[in-house]
Design a protein around this ligand. Sequence first.
Ligand code: SF4
Length: 457
Amino acid sequence: MSQLEKSSLTFQCETGNYHTFCPISCVAWLYQKIEDSFFLVIGTKTCGYFLQNSMGVMIFAEPRYAMAELEESDISAQLNDYEELKRLCLQIKNDRNPSVIVFIGTCTTEIIKMDLEGIAPKLEVEVGIPIVVARANGLDYAFTQGEDTVLASLIQRCPTEFIEKKEKTQTFFSNLNLFTKNKENLESEKNLKSLPLILFGSLPELIANQLQLELENQNIKIAGWLPTKTYLELPTIEEGYYVCGVNPFLSRTATNLIRRRKCKLISAPFPIGPDGTRAWIEKICSIFNIEPNGLEERENNIWKSLESYLPLVKGKSVFFMGDNLLELSLARFLIRCGMIVPEIGIPYLDKRYQEAEINLLEETCKKMNVPLPLIIEKPDNYAQLKRIEKYRPDLVITGMANANPLEARGINTKWSVEFTFAQIHGFTNARDILELVTRSLRRKNYVQSFCEKELVE
Ligand code: SF4
């Protein structure tokens, strides 16, 4: 409780001895998002085993990703990397004909210093398909940061100016459409300002559309989204454009947009939970001098719709062991729901990129009058388990490695990876977050009615 008196958050760094997914796992959701892409992971059998096991049933659905498994002779440089990759790319071209091939570098390609960035441009000309290189290896990154490395590499492929011909065709067709549109549509389109704003972060199409619609309700029409549904539709990014992230793990993408494309970053809390979504929209509105309309009422209505869940979580404590970088945003939302968070573990924290989220977390703690959480970057799972044993939180959000052992010791857990794959963004999906968080609490209530006994002595 000594944290209650502290006026600002405490940040610590531990040993980095923690469980998380390897960042190459990002291929699983990115190949689904970018429909004309193909991901080639260049690594060893270790990477292959990981992908095969972690992606579960997905591997039976002929996914658009594959492993280029390095052999002894590759590693000892007896084979020619260029020729080997060319053979694979031609095979991919024949079988799938994608619009882009993404090379995913792994720990092994880092250690043997395979020059993927040097090989790709030459191969691209020979094979006739764009090749993007992303180093999503386990040496440098954790889990969701894999997406960050891919998006950061895609930035250089975004066009810088409108293709005149395309624009002309569009104008011609939009002129034709004028005759068919009704008066109402015309009125609403007239009011929408298309602003130089690019949103970045990979979300399922449905969620991306929902967020876009929320902004359109405030008269903000975005100029593009990174990534897009297809590689061929990547948005135009000009110098001076505003950019805003939808996920907390995209700091490298944000840095590349600022440094390479001279964009202006809108630092806003992330649209997770009704409080975060409102703050995100408000911040974007404030940049464009737009008075937000009806947001307070919209947020209040969402909180009302969550009323059935709130008594289940109110006053309960939740401990984040940390493995996917969504922790700060989720903790802030759960504190707003009435929970207490003693510790937030996080693999990597870019304080500049997450500045607005950190501020909102601090404000929320003060508003809810709860102790400020301890934020641990690069946590040590062993030390965390000791702290969990001492604190005995009501819920631990953790990976599969620790979940069952903790459950057997009478501590409730929620598997953290589900937050990455569930739909948690925007106003309407706040219910899904609480559904996930309360599932094990509800189960515990149910099980307790049978047996109170712990299963491990
Ligand atoms: S941590 Fe390295 S070796 Fe392991 S799966 Fe990831 S890229 Fe491959």
